[in-house]
Design a protein around this ligand. Structure first.
Ligand code: PGA
Length: 249
């Protein structure tokens, strides 16, 4: 059995001007945050440096996206090295909003993940099925295909990857996957990873759940054996996020 530190990420998405960001930083720094949980928050790109400078050092900072190259003529984008240069160690890649609103495909997400890892970043790699896919019993097909696309680019380089299972129908909708639904996918994914990478990777990789996690449902989800933490959107903007960080205690 892998020794998997509980992980809670807060994805602020495209929210917060400085007054709001200051408010979030204040409740995060005040905590108290369980020292058994790894906490990483993800401000909009333009505030990465600002947030990093103000947040306590026990709180990690992630960019919400980056490109697959180290530099060059890619107007509007940022590189993994720029994220590191702002003293941030993480990036979220393949979020369903990047896939569905901005049209990113599995191959691009794999290339980005490879480039981020090569530049020393940790990656929160997101996968998840749409509602129609779940209703057609295609959940595992979809999440395995998305994960396979990562393996094709990164091989067995999973030491700095956290896999976020985020059913698209549960994101921002208030419809959480039940603890049983999420546990089932996580456990099946772990089995699939054992076959397609190695038993060690499967036991050590943290598989976190995202999709309408809040202070009321986090404890039941956290109690499941294969749910190693959360990626939290809406609720990460509110002081309740502290309760979610401490869900495992
Ligand atoms: P939500 O978002 O918690 O607002 O559903 C989760 C996510 O997109 O990571």
């Amino acid at each position: 059995m892998g020794d998997r530190t509980f992980f809670v990420g807060g994805n602020w998405k495209m929210n917060g001007l400085k007054p709001k960001i200051d408010e979030i930083i204040q409740f995060l720094n005040a905590g108290p945050l369980s020292d058994k949980t790894e906490v990483v928050v993800s401000p909009p790109t333009i505030y990465l440096d600002y947030a990093r400078q103000k947040l306590n050092s026990n709180i990690g900072v992630a960019a919400q996206n980056c490109y697959k190259a180290e530099s060059g003529a890619f107007t509007g984008d940022i590189s993994p090295g720029m994220i590191k240069d702002c003293s941030c160690d993480w990036v979220i890649l393949g979020h369903s909003e990047r896939r569905n609103v901005f049209g990113e495909n599995d191959e691009l997400i794999g290339d980005k993940t490879k480039c981020a890892l090569a530049n020393g970043l940790n990656v929160i790699a997101c996968i998840g099925e749409q509602l129609e896919e779940r209703e057609a019993n295609q959940t595992m097909d979809v999440v395995c295909k998305q994960t396979k696309a990562l393996i094709e680019k990164i091989g067995d380089n999973w030491g700095k990857v956290v896999l976020a299972y985020e059913p698209v129908w549960a994101i921002g909708t208030g419809k959480t996957a039940s603890p049983e639904q999420a546990q089932e996918v996580h456990a099946d994914l772990r089995k699939w990873l054992a076959k397609n990478t190695s038993e060690t990777i499967a036991q050590n990789v943290r598989i976190i759940y995202g999709g309408s996690v809040n202070a009321a449902n986090c404890k039941d989800l956290a109690a499941k054996g294969d749910i190693d933490g959360f990626l939290v959107g809406g609720a990460s903007l509110k002081p309740d996020f502290v309760k979610i960080v401490n869900a495992k205690e």
